[in-house]
Each structure stands twice: as structure tokens, then as C-alpha cells.
Design a protein around this ligand. Structure first.
Ligand SMILES: [Fe+2]
Ligand SMILES: [Fe+2]
Length: 160
């Protein structure tokens, strides 16, 4: 699968999870929290593999990568904010909507101009990058380091 297809699949998955989260009622605080945790993990891993593998390659054919990285940082910061809120509160959902808007804006830039420019790398290179992304994603997902990072963030949230 081409790198752009691998990343699009992740984008679609995150979009689905946001839609699911927005449907949940305020009484489902714990479920909201768990789903936000899954969204957070997906975003963290996705962002990581883009910055490790996809962006360095696309940087050769696009001038938009620095801006894209700034958007990753903004998404991470919004995520940190919402993770500190009471999942049963209106503030939590306001934060979720703000986060979703930032993610969707970023996704639109990737799937639009950035993927268009990435096409200049050619299909064989995009296929090769796609394989590396998929492999790296599996490795990160199951790595003890990633599990540890998530556990620490969740613990920090409970104390806050
Ligand atoms: Fe992406
Ligand atoms: Fe991205």
C-alpha cells in the first residue's frame, strides 16, 4: 500500500472515533475518557511515524512540512488540555471539538496539497514508504516504551 493510503486509513479511523465520542452522553464519562485515550494513542503513533518516516521523505518535494510539524505540536497541546478536563463536563466536549477541528484541518492539508506533492516521489517510493510506515506503526504500538508513555500520561491525568 502506498504511504498516502496507509496514512489516509489512519485519518479515517481517527475521524470515526471523534464522531463516536461526540455521540456519547455526559453520563458516559468513563467511556468518553477511554475513547479519548484511544484517540490520543492513535494520534501519538500516527504523528510519530509521519515525522520519522513520511515527512523526511516528502520534505524533498514539499515546502509544507515545517508548517505540518507545527500543526502536530498544536494538536498535541490541545490534546494535553482536554486530557486534563472532567470527561462528564461541557468543557471536555468543547475541548474535544476544538481538538477535532485542529486535527481535521491538518488532515485536509495532508490529504490535499501535501499528498499531491508527495506523489512526485513516484509510486515505487510511496509503496516502500508505506511498508515502512505500517511496520513502524506495529512496532511502536506494541513497544513497552509507548505503553509506558501512555500509562504515565494517564496516571498524571488522574492526579490532576
Ligand atoms: Fe496524518
Ligand atoms: Fe500529520
Amino acid at each position: 500500500m502506498r504511504a498516502t493510503e496507509v496514512l489516509k486509513k489512519d485519518h479515517a479511523h481517527v475521524k470515526e472515533m471523534f464522531a463516536e465520542l461526540e455521540e456519547m452522553s455526559a453520563t458516559a464519562g468513563k467511556a468518553r475518557q477511554e475513547l479519548l485515550d484511544r484517540i490520543a494513542e492513535e494520534l501519538e503513533i500516527h504523528t510519530k511515524i509521519e515525522e520519522e518516516i513520511f515527512y523526511p521523505a516528502v520534505q524533498k518535494v514539499s515546502s509544507r512540512i515545517q508548517h505540518a510539524k507545527e500543526e502536530h505540536a498544536r494538536v498535541a497541546s490541545l490534546l494535553g488540555d482536554v486530557e486534563g478536563r472532567d470527561p462528564a463536563s461541557a468543557e471536555f466536549m468543547a475541548g474535544v471539538r476544538e481538538l477535532k477541528t485542529a486535527v481535521m484541518h491538518h488532515v485536509a492539508e495532508e490529504e490535499g496539497p501535501i499528498f499531491e506533492e508527495a506523489a512526485r516521489l513516484g509510486d515505487p517510493e510511496l509503496e516502500r514508504l508505506g511498508a515502512r510506515l505500517a511496520e513502524r506503526k506495529d512496532a511502536v504500538k506494541t513497544s513497552p516504551v509507548q505503553r509506558g508513555v501512555r500509562a504515565v500520561k494517564q496516571a498524571a491525568r488522574k492526579i490532576a
